[in-house]
Design a protein around this ligand. Sequence first.
Ligand SMILES: Nc1ncnc2c1ncn2[C@@H]1O[C@H](COP(=O)(O)OP(=O)(O)O)[C@@H](O)[C@H]1O
Ligand SMILES: Cc1ncc(C[n+]2csc(CCOP(=O)(O)OP(=O)(O)O)c2C)c(N)n1
Ligand SMILES: [Mg+2]
Length: 366
Amino acid sequence: MKSSAHSAATFASPVGKFSESEILQAFVPLLEEHNRWAGAQPGNLVEMTVGPGDDCSVLSMPASQLVFTTDTQTEGQDFRRQWNSGDTTTGYDVGWKAATQNLADVVSMGAEPITLLVSLSTPPDIPLQWLKDFARGLTDSCRKNGAERCSISGGDLGASTEISVTVTAVGRCAGAPLLRSGAQVGDVVAIAGELGTAAAGFAVMEYSQGFSIDDLENRPGHILRAVQAQQRPQTPMRNALQAVGVAHAMMDISDGPVRDAQRIAQASKVSIHLETELFRADIAQLEPVADWLTARSQTQEFSLSTATRWVLSGGENHGMLACFPADTPLPKGFRAVGRCERTHPDSVFVDGKVPSDKGWDHFLAE
Ligand SMILES: Nc1ncnc2c1ncn2[C@@H]1O[C@H](COP(=O)(O)OP(=O)(O)O)[C@@H](O)[C@H]1O
Ligand SMILES: Cc1ncc(C[n+]2csc(CCOP(=O)(O)OP(=O)(O)O)c2C)c(N)n1
Ligand SMILES: [Mg+2]
């Protein structure tokens, strides 16, 4: 029989020591507190009339077009609790990233995130505190990425052999939704947000080995920033929403600029021509990370060209890729990286050539 919360069990105890309703009692109030705060944010047009606790939540709002999306993070595929470098991914990190990647999908459609649903499966040995940290990661991602009015209206909890989180997000369009299919010949292709740092952070944690806690904290600033970008990506939500009414097409960059540009090219029937020179600042920033890894990895080769690969083909930063009419100034936060042409509809070129590294693919990944 399970011990109850009245016994010696504490937040450090594994969730396997608690009943489902005891776990929810520790977890849901953190979300409810956030929902009250989000509901009171200026300009909120959405009222949560039924929150977590019933079979569904109920939200009411003025007539609008809604967008829906969902994304899963699975231990071993999207993160490790313990990395080869000695870094750990905490409950806070998992919550942050699961929320962020869904918020990015919503804003990339030109919509304001209004609510998230969160389904979490964990092994029973995860401490209850992990779930509380997870809840805080979710709410902080909303608050700090610019989705202050986004609530967390419910979810599901289950036991499994590894941690898996599925977040479903709902957003409300202010104007017409921004699709992948709207790019036009002559458009400027532009990016907002960081590029390549999350891929660099993944490489640091996966391929450098065996640091003690002190060594981890004393790594150079550019290494720590890359690790942070992998664990807690920042999506440029405000910049994305400023592209509404200006951009012809937009998407969030989850699998790298090359693969994601390919998706816009295909949907819009244009060719997209990217120029490495226009990514120079992003690449230069990551060359010291590649250099640092060269001396530390026995299993993987790194060189300065690795930095170019991270920038062009690395995913998980959740920046925005958008196509703008050439005669309009780019909204704040966007920088030009290429253009749309009619040469080979469906294709992406980098410096005039078909790129050899196409970007991340879950099923092709080793
Ligand atoms: N199991 C599924 N059922 C229905 N549609 C799906 C499924 N998996 C993916 N899709 C759709 O395919 C498209 C691409 O999916 P994905 O690569 O996960 O999107 P993103 O990169 O924006 O997260 C999306 O429109 C998504 O809704
Ligand atoms: C353990 C581990 N292996 C590999 C990766 C690299 N990785 C996982 S998902 C991904 C791309 C983003 O994929 P997904 O989260 O499915 O985003 P979507 O395309 O569905 O938006 C990358 C580069 C990682 N972060 N962690
Ligand atoms: Mg997406």
